[in-house]
Design a protein around this ligand. Structure first.
Ligand code: SF4
Ligand code: SF4
Length: 442
């Protein structure tokens, strides 16, 4: 696509990056076929190509964003399916991240929208605050119907709906030494939402990695990876969290480190992008790039190192739900599937595996109607497999699918841990004791 950014604009690294991205787009439109919002709305402006055009106009002319443009950018899930499809290597992620930051700086959202965004940015990335908010949500659940009646408060209704009925006890972030022949030392990302909603994922990961031969440590004073704020366009806040973590992890590097392991793929995509996000900061660029190369999804690490020996595998059908941030954001596609198969599970993928479930960070809060349609569509495709259990690798997907699909939803590591000596995942045990004989061998 031809561009006409001025030399002054191109001296700004973000504009220069966006110009390079836009120039790669050849308008072919292949990406429209795999874009979830285009699939639902059939509108060119709800497609990657249409959005690229809108972003080009807005950035090139340094326009004040209109409500219409903001609507189409807000409706984008950042699922990055378009990046997997694009034959020209268009880095849509960097472009839309820039556009979101530009909108944040140049557009005044309605008051209710600003207040809600502020509330979410101040709550979700902080586990203690998030846990307290979930407890409050339990008490306020009766307001869901009232909030759902108005467009101004439907996001609040979505938050109440997504809040679990019971907030689990936190799992301790306690360093654990390898219990098999030692392969190295890793730091396990503590995360924010995942650690509050499903602490059992951390417990399963620690058991599995230590049985694989890794010392698993937790870095002191680590913060949220910054993905949530970054994708909301809160550029400075996102960068501050990235810098904070680079500071934390570079101390870990001095003690010998073989990987920063991530169990929520949404976080993994962002940490793998730290090198780009901090590329122009001389105090951080080099270490941020190094951190990005050390970031690894837990299934990537296990795929490389091999699983501990599997005991007699439970003969179960597993429907694998590929998170977009893993399959499109990190190109981690076959690792979870092959690991589950190696552990003895029969693994299948649903139709439209490449289409987002609608979770997408805070998307199911800010865009509940579209997110709901995508969630229901995903659940129908998963239910067609009639699997015993659904495995996924991102807490957002698990929250979105649970309750929509018939089968219980667990994290991939919970199944791998179980198959190699750990306990049966709680969500699965409750169902299997009814339907299978001796489903959870000890
Ligand atoms: S597939 Fe790539 S090159 Fe083609 S329109 Fe989409 S973004 Fe542009
Ligand atoms: S990131 Fe996803 S929703 Fe956004 S344009 Fe690309 S395919 Fe469509």
């Amino acid at each position: 696509m031809q561009t006409s950014f001025t030399p002054t604009q191109l001296r700004d690294p973000d504009f220069a990056s966006s110009e390079a991205v836009i120039r790669k787009c050849v308008h072919c439109g292949f990406c429209t076929a795999t874009c979830p919002t285009y699939l639902l709305l059939g509108d060119e402006l709800a497609s990657p190509r249409g959005r690229i055009y809108l972003m080009k106009e807005m950035l090139e002319n340094e326009q004040e964003p209109t409500a219409e443009v903001v609507k189409h950018i807000d409706r984008c899930l950042s699922c990055l399916s378009c990046m997997t499809t694009c034959p020209s290597g268009v880095n849509y992620m960097h472009l839309v991240d820039h556009a979101r930051a530009y909108i944040q700086d140049h557009y005044e959202r309605p008051l209710h929208d600003r207040l809600l965004r502020d509330l979410i940015a101040r709550t979700l990335p902080y586990p203690k605050r998030f846990r307290a908010a979930l407890r409050l949500a339990r008490l306020g659940r009766f307001m869901e119907g009232v909030f759902g009646r108005s467009g101004k408060t439907h996001a609040l209704a979505a938050m109440l709906r997504l809040a679990p009925r019971r907030v689990p006890k936190p799992a301790p972030a306690r360093n654990a030494p390898a219990v098999a022949a030692r392969r190295g030392r890793v730091v396990l990302l503590q995360g924010c939402a995942e650690s509050v909603l499903r602490p059992q994922i951390r417990e399963a990961t620690v058991r599995l990695l230590t049985r694989t031969g890794f010392d698993v440590d937790f870095a002191k004073r680590e913060a949220c990876c910054g993905a949530l704020k970054w994708h909301m366009g809160l550029r400075d806040d996102g960068l501050a969290q990235a810098r904070h973590n680079v500071d934390v992890w570079r101390r870990e590097l001095t003690q010998g480190l073989d990987g920063i392991v991530i169990t929520a793929s949404g976080c993994g995509t962002t940490i793998k992008d730290y090198g780009f996000m901090l590329r122009d900061d001389p105090a951080y660029a080099e270490d941020a790039a190094r951190i990005s190369t050390m970031a690894v999804d837990v299934t990537e690490l296990l795929f490389r190192s091999g699983l501990p020996a599997a005991r007699t595998a439970p003969a179960l059908d597993v429907a694998y739900q590929a998170p977009c941030s893993m399959q499109h954001g990190q190109s981690v596609q076959r690792e979870p599937i092959e690991l589950l198969a190696a552990a003895g599970f029969r693994v299948r993928q649903p139709q439209e595996a490449h289409i987002c479930c609608g979770s997408a960070g805070t998307y199911n809060i800010f865009q509940p109607e579209l997110a709901g349609q995508l969630g229901d569509r995903k659940a129908v495709n998963l239910d067609r497999l009639k699997a015993d259990v659904i495995a996924t690798g991102n807490i957002g997907c698990a929250t979105q699918i649970e309750g929509r699909a018939a089968a219980p939803v667990v994290h991939t590591v919970e199944l791998l841990d179980w198959a190699t000596g750990g306990p049966c995942p709680v969500a699965l045990a409750a169902v299997l004791t009814i339907t299978k004989e001796d489903p959870c061998p000890s």
